[in-house]
Design a protein around this ligand. Structure first.
Ligand SMILES: C[S@@+](CC[C@H](N)C(=O)[O-])C[C@H]1O[C@@H](n2cnc3c(N)ncnc32)[C@H](O)[C@@H]1O
Length: 241
């Protein structure tokens, strides 16, 4: 049976884990998530003053990575539909003198399937570990592409299952057995958010299948870059024009 990605379930799940989400990320990825986000914000050429939108921004780590890369003139917007995640993002942005992008990100509530933005607005539209959770993958990608400027880029960072057989087996064991255990320990969650993670990753299109989805919403020059033996994949597409 396909994983339940109803809006209600997704919001409840991320709302419940919001206060511990960052700690879980660091633990589960052995701190590699920061490196992946840094790779993501360096994957496309962009002028520091060009606006960037990070959808499904959660607690803001990818939006902050953009602001850190683009410097003092950065114009970065993060959007998400789970209020407690945005609360955490705003706290980090407001307080964190140690965070390179702090103070340069503006957060808005918004559904990725119906972004509150005009067409062709952002030079880069990104999503980190978010598109897998959007109820309609193609609809989410189409919306990201709509608000991207012609000639701009849509950038997606997402979990994937390594293709190398032995590595894939080890990864599945870690993901299916260790991650939910660590998850329950750090964030007891009635909706089993960290069982959702392996289940949703297993059924999600990856590699060339995901690239095909990007093409089908009109993106071109698709680059697929597996990171850390393919446990996550970075996808970049350009909007024609
Ligand atoms: C796994 S978190 C990713 C957070 C962040 N991007 C990161 O890199 O850590 C997924 C986020 O996607 C958000 N999300 C899922 N579906 C959404 C939708 N349709 N519209 C807006 N946000 C959505 C959730 O609220 C959650 O904050």
């Amino acid at each position: 049976m396909p994983v339940d990605k109803s809006q209600q379930r997704i919001r409840r799940m991320f709302g419940a884990i919001a206060p511990r989400y960052d700690r879980m990320n660091r633990l589960m990825t052995f701190g590699l998530d920061r490196r992946w986000r840094n790779r993501t914000v360096r994957s496309v050429p962009t002028d520091p003053v060009e606006p960037v939108l990070d959808v499904c921004c959660g607690t803001g780590d990818l939006a902050l990575a953009w602001a850190g890369r683009l410097g003092p003139n950065a114009r970065v917007v993060g959007s998400d539909f789970t209020h407690p995640m945005l609360v955490r993002a705003r706290e980090k942005t407001g307080s964190g003198a140690d965070l390179p992008g702090a103070g340069r990100v503006f957060y808005v509530g918004g559904d990725t399937l119906k972004l509150p933005c005009p067409d062709d607005r952002f030079q880069v539209v990104s999503v980190g570990f978010g598109i897998r959770n959007v109820g309609d993958t193609l609809g989410g990608l189409a919306e990201m592409t709509r608000v991207c400027r012609p000639g701009g880029h849509v950038v997606v960072l997402e979990t994937s299952v390594p293709r190398i057989p032995v590595v894939g087996g080890l990864f599945r064991f870690y993901f299916n057995h260790v991650v939910p255990l660590v998850g329950r320990w750090v964030a007891p969650d009635p909706d089993a958010a960290y069982s959702y993670l392996p289940a949703s990753t297993a059924e999600f299109p990856q590699g060339e299948s995901f690239a095909e989805l990007m093409r089908s919403v009109g993106l071109e020059e698709i680059v697929v870059r597996p990171l850390t033996l393919g446990s996550v994949t970075l996808y970049v597409g350009r909007k024609p024009g």
